[in-house]
Design a protein around this ligand. Structure first.
Ligand SMILES: [Zn+2]
Length: 211
């Protein structure tokens, strides 16, 4: 029998960096009702697959394992959201020229240390590169490259390229790689146009109320 395939969430990966795309898994962050995009372990795995952190095969294995051990999957999802929020607050602070909270750096460092246990150096076609030693029990393996990305970026010379979307209701993070450092929105199509429409509307409204 053919299984009914539910329309799957397609994640917007416009942050320019893995850890920022991960931070951007909440919509409408500044609205009174932010929309959580990682509602289940399945969505966490789906994001990981779309962000190319895990292969399709690995994603299937993770979901099978999660079915066998739902409490571990729940723990990992909770951890993922906790570390995502820490990553968000750290880079939002940096983008706004503020100091990140000490607690958030502690959360990030703890997961980086955990990830580091699984890091290994493997030979490649040209020299060596970092890889991950993953066992089938590691339901949290998608978090390792994410926190590595956050730690590497945080300690890099590129840190001043991080920005918060200029839209009032977005708060997504991204890297500004534009030539004159003028990128303002996470996504011109959604936030850029929405913001322009809002300003146009506000202008029209205020001009009509004045006259
Ligand atoms: Zn935005």
């Amino acid at each position: 029998m053919e299984e009914h395939v539910k329309q799957e969430q397609v994640f917007d990966l416009t942050g320019g960096l893995l850890c920022l795309d991960f931070a951007n898994t909440v919509d409408d962050r500044t609205e009174t009702h932010p929309q959580e995009l990682l509602m289940s372990f399945k969505e966490l795995v789906l994001w990981s697959q779309q962000a190319q952190v895990v292969t399709e095969q690995k994603a299937k294995q993770l979901l099978e394992k999660a079915e066998q051990g739902p409490s571990e999957a729940t723990r990992v999802l909770k951890l993922a959201v906790e570390v995502r929020e820490a990553i968000f607050r750290i880079f939002k602070a940096v983008a706004e020229d503020e100091s990140p909270g000490e607690e958030d750096l502690v959360i990030l460092s703890a997961v980086v240390a955990e990830a580091q246990i699984h890091a290994q150096i493997v030979p490649g076609t040209h020299g060596f590169h970092w890889d991950w030693a993953v066992t089938s029990n590691d339901l949290d393996c998608m978090l390792w490259p994410v926190v590595r990305s956050a730690a590497d970026f945080l300690t890099s010379d590129e840190l001043d390229t991080v920005r918060v979307c200029a839209s009032d209701s977005c708060n997504w993070l991204f890297i500004d790689t534009s030539k004159n450092h003028s990128r303002r929105w996470c996504n011109m199509k959604s936030c850029g146009n929405r913001e322009k429409a809002r300003r146009f509307y506000t202008r029209k409204k205020s001009s009509s109320t004045v006259s």
